[in-house]
Design a protein around this ligand. Structure first.
Ligand SMILES: Cc1cc2nc3c(=O)[nH]c(=O)nc-3n(C[C@H](O)[C@H](O)[C@H](O)COP(=O)(O)OP(=O)(O)OC[C@H]3O[C@@H](n4cnc5c(N)ncnc54)[C@H](O)[C@@H]3O)c2cc1C
Length: 390
């Protein structure tokens, strides 16, 4: 009976343990996580949790689940090294044998070398979210470094709670890495309507006792600063064991590293995306869970089909729910439809569909992008870009 060890007990590590049992793995499973407590969901940390503080709702499963499924959960435990030749991992002075190892180590916050950055708070873990929530107990001036998903979700909640919020973003538009200029514009309008001061194309040069100093010389007064300027994949464990890392642990189309006994998944893994062939690293619940399911099938049934799940993502900001199906390159063409959806194309190929408060079109897009024959630009144009008719 083989022993599967999973390093990282976040969304993907937890799903891998659960999927292994669902697929019929009868050997032992050890799920090791650096954070204390039960595996939990991160998305609510920048949304509902800030308002309600209901930590018990975040747990992915109760403690009894791990007993029932004979999954050995070791929270608050840091894995220090992998010895590939001995097929062991090291936890302090302890060693643990594995037959198969899954690296689900996620990411950590990027801390740019800005003077005074140590004054800024993070939003990555439940502990971070608890600290922030406690700080929102009285009216404050809040400055957010970074106009990406997490910074903006936090800004929307903080503004909704009556705080005075400003966001500084070095790029000229919001969420620039991930969405079209059209969607950026709609979210800019939303945040301005919430009263948030947006400072775009204006990098932060210093975090002072009084707030933020921007490249253009502007001072943003703040008594709480959130750093939300992106993340860095946790690749050191793999790298120190001689595995390749390039913006993520490098894995093949079956999510295996160069060592056939070691897989990588979720936020920490750089994998070849089926539709474009590009090597990508995705920071989403969908990627983490679908990777985990695929790896479990490979371990249990020896499946070798390349991983090809359609990527999708959501973000909730005030009353807008953004949903993205597929994966667009920033240079992909844009077709903005009257119903509010935005289609992205690389040449004739449909690459992504962005929607706001339109779950129906989002689901349709996921179906189309996952079909054996994805509609082309011409075939969609013939139907006046009506996805329901495609
Ligand atoms: C505030 C916030 C909001 C988000 N909102 C959304 C959203 O709306 N939609 C969406 O799709 N995604 C969202 N995400 C992203 C989503 O949560 C991640 O993509 C997902 O959690 C990735 O899962 P993972 O298992 O790869 O990594 P994680 O869930 O980050 O888990 C990795 C775990 O590995 C542990 N670890 C690392 N190294 C070691 C080691 N050496 N030993 C032991 N343990 C180790 C870490 O401590 C961590 O607990 C959000 C993330 C955050 C932080």
């Amino acid at each position: 009976m083989s022993h599967v060890v999973i390093v990282g007990a976040g969304q993907g590590g937890f799903q891998a343990a659960m999927s292994l049992r669902q697929e019929g793995h009868e050997g032992s499973i050890t799920l090791i996580g650096g954070e204390p407590g039960l595996p939990y969901q991160r998305p609510p940390l920048s949304k509902a949790f800030l308002k309600t503080g209901e930590a018990e709702k975040l747990a992915l499963r109760p403690a009894s689940f791990f007993d029932q499924k004979a999954i050995t959960l070791r929270p608050g435990t840091w894995v220090d090294a992998i010895d590939r030749a001995a097929r062991q991992i090291r936890i302090g002075s302890e060693t643990l044998d594995y037959d198969v190892l899954i690296l689900a180590t996620g990411t950590r916050n990027l801390r740019p070398p800005i003077p005074g950055i140590e004054r800024a708070l993070d939003l990555r873990t439940l502990e971070d979210a608890r600290t922030l929530r406690a700080a929102l107990d009285r009216p404050r001036r809040i400055a957010v470094i970074g106009g990406g998903f997490i910074g903006l979700e936090f800004a929307a909640v903080a503004a909704g709670l009556g705080h005075e919020v400003s966001v500084a973003e070095a790029a000229p538009r919001l969420m620039a890495r991930a969405v079209s200029p059209e969607i950026s514009r709609r979210f800019r309008d939303l945040h301005q309507a919430l009263g948030t001061g947006l400072h775009l194309g204006n990098g932060v040069t210093e975090v002072t006792e009084r707030g933020l100093l921007l490249a253009g010389g502007t001072e943003l007064p703040a008594d709480l600063v959130l750093l939300a300027a992106g993340v860095r994949p946790n690749v050191e464990l793999a790298q120190d064991a001689g595995l390749e890392a390039a913006n993520g642990i490098v894995v093949d189309a079956t999510l295996r590293t160069a060592d056939p006994r070691i897989f990588g998944l979720g936020d920490c893994a750089a994998f070849p995306e089926a539709a474009s062939g590009r090597r990508v690293r995705l920071e989403s619940v969908q990627a983490a869970t679908d990777h985990a399911r695929a790896i479990a099938r490979t371990i249990v049934h020896g499946e070798t089909a390349p991983y090809a799940a359609v990527p999708w993502f959501w973000s909730d900001q005030a009353d807008l729910k953004l949903q993205i199906a597929g994966l667009a390159d920033p240079s992909d063409e844009i077709v903005a439809l009257e119903n509010g959806a935005v289609l992205r194309f690389s040449g004739a190929r449909l690459t992504a569909v962005e929607t706001i408060n339109d779950a129906r079109t989002h689901m349709m897009a996921r179906r189309l992008l996952g079909a054996d024959v994805v509609p082309t630009r011409d075939s969609l144009l013939e139907k006046n870009y009506d996805l329901t008719a495609a």
